[in-house]
Design a protein around this ligand. Structure first.
Ligand code: UDP
Length: 239
């Protein structure tokens, strides 16, 4: 079987929850280790990989709305949460022998490089994984939007959205046993069917840029590699 990747440069969106494993909060070392194993397989195929990591396993800005906290303050806290995840991911990648750099959209120079597009591209060309932390750097946005934005900036072939299920379904597969998975659908079909793939801002940005999105299950062994090799895996959303 050919091991030639069908993509040269991809942007992987990892939610904070993906790092949580069976825990209710924070980062699971075991989960992190298995994710890193999946990532290493595609880096070994010389695919250039950038990652946008979320923060929902630690903190979400909207969560404090009910307590009266200012939304923007909550969102900055959420962005800091993504930085912690990015550092953990970088550390785990390095332990596995994968070179990685965190670039942060908020300035925390002692901890991570600032986001500089040209530098990110240079890291990617050298085969380093680039982890984008702190989302877009702006409150009222999400890391999904950061994924859409950075994917366009670095000229990625597609956005890979890692989820807890295998792809996009006709209904919630955890609740409806008759739910069917789509193999592919267009942006317009997704809107028409009111399917939630990325948040609305992120989804619109990808559609406007003609940036394909592949939704897949990162916890399924080998899935990321199969996506990269262009094999049938998850759901493809395209123009
Ligand atoms: N956030 C933000 N601006 C951004 C990205 C993230 O304000 O550009 C904040 C927001 O509060 C969000 C939190 O960071 O709730 C964590 O990000 P997200 O909810 O996207 O993480 P995920 O759901 O992917 O774990």
């Amino acid at each position: 079987k050919s091991e030639t990747p069908k993509t040269k440069r991809i942007l992987l969106k990892l939610s904070g929850e993906a790092l949580m494993g069976d825990n209710a909060f924070g980062i699971s070392r075991d989960t992190l280790k298995s994710i890193v194993g999946e990532i290493k397989e595609v880096v070994d195929l010389s695919v250039q990989l950038a990652i946008v990591v979320g923060g929902g396993n630690i903190f979400r800005g909207v969560a404090l709305g009910s307590t009266g906290m200012d939304r923007a303050t909550g969102d900055y806290m959420g962005m800091l949460a993504t930085c912690m995840n990015a550092m953990a991911l970088q550390d785990a990648l390095r332990n596995a022998g994968v070179e990685a750099r965190v670039q942060c959209a908020l300035d925390i120079d002692q901890v991570a490089e600032p986001y500089i597009r040209g530098k990110a591209l240079s890291h990617l060309k050298k085969g380093r994984v680039v982890i984008f932390a702190a989302g877009t750097g702006n409150p009222f946005f999400t890391t999904d939007t950061a994924a859409a934005l950075r994917s366009a900036e670095i000229g990625a072939d597609m956005v890979l959205k890692a989820t807890q299920v295998d792809g996009v379904f006709t209904a919630d597969p955890k609740k409806d046993p008759n739910a069917k998975m789509y193999k592919s659908l267009t942006f317009d079909e997704a809107i028409q069917k009111k399917l939630k793939i990325l948040d609305a801002t992120a989804f619109t940005l990808c559609r406007d840029q003609g940036m394909p999105i592949r939704v897949f299950n990162l916890h399924k062994p080998g899935a990321l590699k199969r996506v990269v090799l262009g094999e049938d895996e998850g759901t493809l959303v395209h123009v």
